[in-house]
Design a binder for this molecule. Structure first.
Ligand code: NAD
Length: 475
């Protein structure tokens, strides 16, 4: 199978192709167009030409088409989720029940929202100020390989609904569902050129896209290192930068122990640990630390690792051999830094024959981790948990904030005052109290510090996809 670019509504071949591989089996799934600056130019030009007519459409008409795209995704959940699972190694239970349906919700939600964009008024005795919100123009949307379909739609839905046109570049490691999405958008009646999809590597296709002078806004989700490069290459544009994380999961001794345990296991091992908001630094108050560590390790040992297409699998393969090597390097590093390996490690898990060549990691838990160790400070992005003991609230807050990242955070306590104090003190874009990560499409999603700039979701998506204009009228 060959996956081509989608430019101006047409399947467009490339000069070169690369292979995308099933990380559970190493089977080649498709040859994928390897985009160049020339392909990017053609896609941006198509998006620029399509912009005036699309922006001029009444919001209610755009909404109909966007809603239709959501319906088509819902109709195609089985095929989309199976493709996503084969391409990324995310388990089928996650893609079919959560991630692909969430993609459809993104379109339904922003279809509704684009018909309700309102403004502000600032009256004075002599003048009336009011704001108008205009679409920005051509937007570059860049998605990573983890949760790629959902992440892409989280950008495409507001981008298009608010009247912009887009060039989407998916990760070279997970291009398949984006290509299906481009076709579904045409089937929904979204005009040619409004959504263009260019495949390829970051350097060859991503960089010319973000640097393109006709691109007005960049919505990027990916690593902090790439985010830094993009900001430098792009020049003056609107930005949303959703970057890496090393989010603290703090459990006080008055927490609901069983619920906190369930959530802690879920937040580090679901999505194969390849989750930007993973609770990868688990801080536990000393009075319950030993009991928690024992139960947590017990649970980690019981997780089913294996074929991501099997309903019972909890942890699938790492996306690539390169990423597998990176995760393993941290597992090797932990004991050298003085952490205790409580379970997992470098031995491969026992696997069914069909996936015995996959990029698997045994769920790993390090206990007695010091927050300054690299395994506690750097994003591993795999099924590797670090348990860190703390004495009291003040120490917990100090450890939580002693890191360059600031994406999400989790606090578990039955003491309401403490919950609010800690939530206010954490340096992170999001704080979940007595909860795992639960998404509401209205909430501001994003991080601070090295985890990003800007927020997306609900009216927060205005920041990148709409340009406010103030009109001041003399009375
Ligand atoms: P990555 O930064 O390597 O790549 C992300 C995308 O950027 C890919 O499409 C890649 O091709 C492209 N790219 C690479 N170099 C580029 C360049 N110079 N110019 C333009 N584009 C370029 O990230 P990844 O490994 O694909 O994804 C994992 C990272 O994403 C993790 O750090 C994770 O935390 C982060 N992430 C963040 C969020 C969030 O919402 N904050 C969500 C998911 C993933």
């Amino acid at each position: 199978m060959r996956i081509e670019h989608l430019i101006n509504g047409k399947s467009t071949p490339a000069r070169d192709y690369f292979e995308t591989v099933n990380p559970a089996t190493q089977e080649v799934l498709a040859e994928v167009a390897s985009g160049t600056a020339q392909d990017v130019d053609a896609a941006v030009s198509a998006a620029k030409d399509a912009f005036p007519a699309w922006a001029a459409k009444p919001a209610t008409e755009r909404a109909k088409l966007i809603r239709k795209l959501g319906e088509l995704i819902t109709k195609n959940v089985p095929e989309l989720s199976e493709t996503e699972t084969r391409d990324t190694g995310q388990t089928i239970s996650q893609t079919r029940k959560q991630l692909v349906p969430r993609a459809a919700d993104n379109f339904t939600y922003f279809a509704e929202m684009c018909t309700r964009v309102d403004g502000h008024t600032y009256p004075t005795d002599s003048h009336l100020n009011y704001t108008l919100f205009h679409p920005v123009g051509v937007c570059a949307l860049i998605s990573p390989w983890n949760v790629p379909f959902m992440t892409a739609t989280w950008k495409i839905a507001p981008c298009l609904a608010f009247g912009n046109t887009a060039v989407l570049k998916m990760s070279e490691l997970s291009p398949l569902t984006a290509s299906m999405l481009g076709q579904l958008a045409l089937e929904a009646g979204i005009p040619a050129g409004v959504l263009n999809v260019v495949h390829g590597y970051g350097k060859d296709a991503g960089e010319p896209l973000v640097a393109h002078p006709d691109v007005r806004a960049v919505s990027f989700t990916g690593s902090t290192a790439t985010g830094n490069r993009i900001v430098q290459a792009a020049g003056l544009k609107k930005f949303s930068m959703e970057l890496g994380g090393k989010s603290p999961f703090v459990i006080f001794d008055d927490a609901d122990f069983e619920r906190a345990l369930d959530a802690a296991v879920f937040m580090i091992f679901s999505n194969n640990g390849e989750r930007c908001t993973a609770g990868s630094r688990i801080l536990v108050q000393k009075s319950i630390y030993a009991k928690f560590a024992e139960r947590f390790v017990e649970r980690a040992k019981r997780l089913t690792v294996g074929d991501p297409l099997s309903e019972s699998t909890i942890v699938g393969p790492m996306i690539s051999q390169g990423h597998l090597a990176k995760v393993r390097s941290y597992i090797e590093l932990g004991p050298k830094e003085g952490a205790t390996l409580a379970c997992g490690g470098l031995d491969a898990p026992s696997l069914p024959d069909a996936v015995k060549n996959g990029n698997f990691v045994t769920p790993t838990v390090f206990v007695d981790v010091d927050n300054r160790m690299r395994i506690a400070q750097e994003e591993i992005f795999g099924p590797v948990a670090c348990l860190i003991p703390f004495d009291d609230e003040a120490e917990a807050i100090r450890l939580v904030n002693d890191i360059s990242y600031g994406l999400s955070s989790y606090v578990w306590t039955e003491n309401a005052g403490r919950a609010h104090r800690v939530a206010a003190a954490v340096e992170a874009g999001m704080c979940f109290v007595n909860s795992q990560n639960v998404r509401d499409l209205r909430q501001p999603f994003g991080g601070t510090k090295a985890s990003g700039v800007g927020r997306e979701g609900g009216t927060w998506s205005y920041e990148v996809f709409l340009e406010p204009k103030n009109v001041c009228v003399s009375l």
